[in-house]
Write a protein that binds this ligand. Structure first.
Ligand code: SF4
Length: 346
């Protein structure tokens, strides 16, 4: 364990610091780790189905709820998208879905295998721990069995979704019945034990308290001390539209930036902090670079999950525009691959 690390109470007190002093502290840490570099990658999110057996109150994406338009893509449709993005130099395909009881594990493994066989140079980031848990229960397999099959069929890394907030009481309120906090962490631990990397998210700005956020970060830090397998922490700003949580006051930009800064300081063993502009807006993500964030995800050609919940900027930005925005905000855009090898300084 690292010496002199921030404890729970100290982390909470960071929120009460002067806003700009907190930003400076996080920025200092960011610069020690990454200088002025801001990483991004050229990726495409594919969300193959929105039919879901679970009921998360914050979710606007799943069908059979507020979203009346069910869909399930075919392998052919997915391969067509992959072929298209491959021609445009994408490096990663990011595949995350709802928990559709009619879409089998074999269906997923089949599409991973096809992508890997036809496009071996593309990195496949796929299946959140929530999906792994769902598929393992649905098929009567252990987590180890599902994870081994993912590796065998070409999955390179796991995304960080489904973590939400680890606090059990909050989970009961917002996503009862889905993967538990302990199960989520166990699946990532097992994935890391296979020598693989993953990310970790935190959905905030709904019913959770600052204490819940710090607790979430502490549980990540504890696992990271053991495995070192998390590349990146991704705080996701809760989107207020088309869901059942009915949060009257959306989280403020000030609180979003403070949360970024606090996470940069608390997660001293996670190398990267992402400002996921799909949920925070591009403008706030650019400011977040001065509050500890060193990654702006990517150009993300299309994304369905957060746009269903009201995210206004979820349909992609052009590469030139994206890199110009980073440069104009005083940072250096660095294209990376999915595991943070540098590809090109723009
Ligand atoms: S967050 Fe995921 S698991 Fe929960 S209802 Fe939405 S699609 Fe289903």
């Amino acid at each position: 364990m690292k010496k002199n690390r921030i404890n729970f109470e100290q982390a909470l007190e960071l929120y009460d610091m002067d806003f700009f002093e907190l930003g400076d502290l996080a920025d200092e840490r960011r610069q020690e780790l990454h200088g002025k570099k801001t990483y991004f990658n050229i990726n495409r999110h594919i969300n193959p189905t929105n039919v879901c057996a679970d009921i998360c109150l914050f979710c606007a994406y799943s069908a059979n709820r507020k979203n009346p338009n069910q869909y399930t893509m075919s392998h052919e449709e997915i391969l067509k998208i992959v072929d298209d993005i491959d021609k445009r130099d994408a490096k990663e395909v990011h595949i995350v879905s709802a928990h559709n009881p009619n879409v089998t594990l074999d269906w997923y493994l089949g599409i991973f295998k096809k992508i890997k066989t036809q496009y071996p140079h593309l990195h496949i980031k796929a299946l959140t721990a929530a999906e792994v848990d769902f598929l393992s229960r649905h098929h009567g397999l252990t987590y180890d069995e599902v994870l081994d099959l993912m590796v065998e069929n070409g999955v390179d890394s796991m995304p960080g979704g489904g973590a939400e907030i680890f606090d059990e009481a909050v989970r009961d309120k917002i996503c009862k019945g889905k993967v538990t906090a302990d199960q989520w962490l166990e699946i990532h631990r097992k994935w890391h034990e296979r020598g693989k990397k993953s990310n970790v998210t935190m959905l905030f700005g709904h019913v959770e308290s600052r204490e819940n956020r710090i607790d979430h970060m502490m549980r990540i830090r504890e696992l990271q001390d053991i495995t070192g397998g998390f590349n990146c922490f991704i705080p996701l700003v809760y989107q207020t539209e088309n869901n059942y949580l009915k949060i009257e006051k959306p989280v403020t930009a000030n609180e979003v930036l403070k949360t970024m800064a606090v996470s940069r300081l608390v997660l001293d063993n996670v190398p990267h902090l992402k400002a996921y502009w799909v949920t925070s807006t591009v403008n706030l993500a650019l400011v977040a670079q001065e509050f500890g964030a060193n990654d702006l995800d990517g150009t993300i050609e299309k994304e369905s999950i957060n746009s269903a919940a009201g995210a206004k900027s979820a349909n992609g930005v052009q590469l030139e525009e994206f890199t110009a925005l980073i440069k104009n905000s005083g940072f250096t855009p660095v294209e990376r691959d999915s595991v943070y090898n540098e590809i090109k300084v723009w």
